[in-house]
Write a protein that binds this ligand. Structure first.
Ligand code: SF4
Ligand code: SF4
Ligand code: SF4
Length: 255
């Protein structure tokens, strides 16, 4: 599409999935009112969910999913070697995501519980940045397509992108949602990076922290709040560990 008669630069993009539900790349193919312009802004050279193209000449690799097998490590390294820019797309890729729940079991135990005697290869979950360098991390389970479209616009205009630094509570209050704590529910909104527009509290569900920590979360105030509202440490830790984005007690801080 031309604006003021100037031919746009359309970066060549490859989209790749690893261990995950593929819900984040489904978001790319969703939202039909903007799908046409979105696909005009980029050249899709490899994107299994929407195209039969299997090109290897991509400049930008969008990678969703976490890494749970050795063959995935090799495939991811090949993608990294090819791409000028590698984007970790979604919470599984950025933090490991819900897949990390598997790691409360040993690989053998997880295998036995899920597959019985038909065992499969499985290793402890790694986020993409734990295997190869990542240029940009876009959190969310799933990602927000609105946010991704804004990022693409910034890239096209060569403008730096800045994620919101404030927590989900800001967007939640902008929507006039009644606080989940006032409904007796736990919510990680005070600790979690905004950018999703707080859909979970608006839908009657406390935030589970899928976007990871806000820039400077006030843990002391949050701890006092949850204690006042009668939630146990175990309940809070359980929720903090759900998407793998928050350091949990006894774990090392994640970047
Ligand atoms: S981040 Fe969520 S929606 Fe995206 S692939 Fe992982 S589980 Fe699916
Ligand atoms: S519902 Fe959650 S996100 Fe919304 S204001 Fe309350 S604590 Fe913050
Ligand atoms: S409200 Fe929390 S759990 Fe829901 S999308 Fe936003 S960050 Fe994720």
């Amino acid at each position: 599409m031309r604006y003021l008669g100037i031919e746009p630069i359309r970066p060549r993009v490859g989209v790749f999935s690893f261990t995950c539900c593929e819900g984040c790349v489904l978001q790319l193919a969703n939202k039909e009112e903007t799908l046409g312009p979105f696909l005009e802004a980029i050249q899709v050279v490899n994107f299994r969910e929407i195209s039969t193209e299997k090109g290897a000449d991509y400049e930008i690799a969008l990678v969703e999913g976490s890494i749970s097998r050795d063959d995935e490590v090799e495939r991811l390294r090949q993608i990294r070697d090819q791409a000028k820019v590698l984007v970790a797309l979604g919470t599984c890729a950025v933090f490991g995501g819900v897949n990390r729940l598997k790691d409360v079991f040993s690989p053998q135990e997880a295998n036995r519980i899920v597959y019985g005697d038909q065992s499969r290869e499985t290793a402890p979950i790694r986020a993409v940045h734990e295997v190869v360098p990542v240029d940009l991390s876009i959190p969310g389970c799933p990602i927000s397509k609105v946010e991704l479209e804004r990022i693409v616009q910034h890239v096209a205009l060569d403008l730096p992108w800045q994620f919101p630094e404030y927590p989900v509570c800001v967007e939640c209050k902008q929507r006039f949602t009644v606080c989940m704590f006032d409904k007796g529910q736990l919510c990680l909104g005070p600790l979690t990076r905004a950018g999703c527009d707080a859909p979970c509290p608006a839908g009657g569900l406390g935030c589970w922290g899928c976007r990871g920590p806000a820039a400077d979360p006030n843990h002391a105030e949050f701890d006092a709040l949850v204690a006042r509202r009668g939630f146990s440490r175990a309940q809070v830790q359980d929720r903090l560990s759900f998407f793998g984005g928050f350091p949990t007690e006894g774990s090392e801080e994640k970047p």
